[in-house]
Design a protein around this ligand. Structure first.
Ligand code: NDP
Length: 330
């Protein structure tokens, strides 16, 4: 018997508890994984608080990602002892997730943990960091290079934003980090941010076209923030958009696209095909400064996850939150 967080719903009321998990009750899948580390992501906070209808079936074990060791596999691609990482595939939404001692999943959802990355580091990266890497790869596919000029990262002190800032600066880009928390300036400069932009500058409705500032950007905010980023993107610049921390809407016009040739690239990590996932993890192993990664992750015990989830939605969490489940495993 191991432990898990479980979200349940009766009538209109949602309940969340930490309690024993009977492995016999795990959902179907060829591979049984002993979870070493999981994390608390923005989407997990939405699921645990019920702030958004992220969970599609009840009862549900949240946790959109985990890193661990294969205990048992009916899929010949995996054998007991293999170190693995999982992100997305609606785990923690439709299929029981990683905030548990064990998870059972289809074999083709797993990625081998790259050599040189521990399970803890993989979860310090987590879905946020893997998404940041997908955003960087999207910008590169559109031809963005460090010599094109400054790039902007919104929500820079959060999970996706902090790893995007670290990755881009390590790759030689000059990063303008947008934050609503001026107290995080030293943290962001340590990650490699060249300048800090007050989030308030981008939060009020602006014109469809503004002074050209950035050659590219990674946006986690959406809404007015993304509209203002697009308005200030230089001729033929490119922006990768992956989040909705400020809202689901996008109050802009076609002006940045038809007058400045700006490209807006959508990034989804959940259903991302395997080859791109593996490329992202290989790139993270190669390009991420692991020493600095340790500085942006804090540990949260499993029994404090439920009470911490609301802080996430208030934007009060810095960097990444790692949840040790069986840290000695991998
Ligand atoms: P975090 O909560 O760690 O970070 C979000 C950051 O956004 C906050 O720390 C804050 O940064 C900033 N922020 C908060 N509220 C606002 C606001 N009203 N306007 C502008 N900025 C704001 O979350 P994550 O980094 O893990 O995730 C960020 C977003 O990306 C979420 O919407 C999440 O759902 C999405 N996401 C999408 C994925 C995909 O596959 N497309 C995968 C992973 C995440 P600061 O204090 O520095 O301003």
């Amino acid at each position: 018997m191991t432990r898990a967080i479980t979200i349940d719903k009766t009538e209109d009321a949602q309940s969340v508890t930490l309690g024993p998990l009977d492995p016999a009750g795990l959902p179907e899948g060829e591979v049984l994984v002993d979870v070493a580390f999981s994390t608390l992501n923005y989407k997990d906070a939405l699921a645990i608080t019920g702030a958004s209808p992220v969970v599609r079936s009840f009862p549900m074990v949240p946790g959109i990602d985990f890193a661990g060791v294969v205990r048992d596999s009916a899929d010949p691609a995996w054998k007991p002892g293999d170190r693995v990482v999982l992100n997305g595939w609606s785990v923690g939404e439709k299929h029981w997730g990683g905030l548990a001692g064990q998870a059972r999943v289809p074999g083709n959802w797993l990625v081998p943990l790259p050599e040189g990355i521990s399970a803890r580091q993989a979860m310090a990266i987590g879905t946020a960091g893997y998404t940041a890497m997908l955003c960087v790869m999207a910008l590169e596919r559109q031809g963005l290079t460090p010599d094109a000029g400054e790039v902007v990262v919104t929500g820079a002190a959060g999970g996706v934003g902090s790893i995007a800032t670290l990755l881009l600066s390590t790759l030689g880009y000059t990063v303008a980090a947008v934050t609503g928390r001026p107290s995080e300036e030293a943290f962001l400069r340590d990650l490699g941010a060249a300048s800090i932009v007050d989030r308030a500058e981008l939060s009020a409705p602006g014109k469809p076209l503004a002074r050209e500032r950035w050659a590219g950007g990674i946006d986690v905010a959406g809404s007015t923030v993304l509209a203002n980023v697009l308005a200030a993107t230089r001729y033929r610049g490119v922006v990768a958009c992956c989040g909705l921390a400020a809202g689901m809407d996008l109050p802009t016009s076609v002006a940045p696209f038809i007058l400045r040739g700006v490209t807006l690239v959508g990034v989804d990590s959940v259903m991302c095909p395997q080859p791109e996932r593996r490329e992202a993890w290989a790139r993270l192993a190669r390009d991420l400064d692991l020493a600095k990664l340790d500085a942006l992750a804090t540990e949260l015990p499993l029994d404090r996850v439920i009470e911490t989830a609301p802080k996430f939605l208030k934007g009060e969490v810095r960097g990444r939150v790692v949840v040790p489940i069986a840290p000695g495993l991998a």
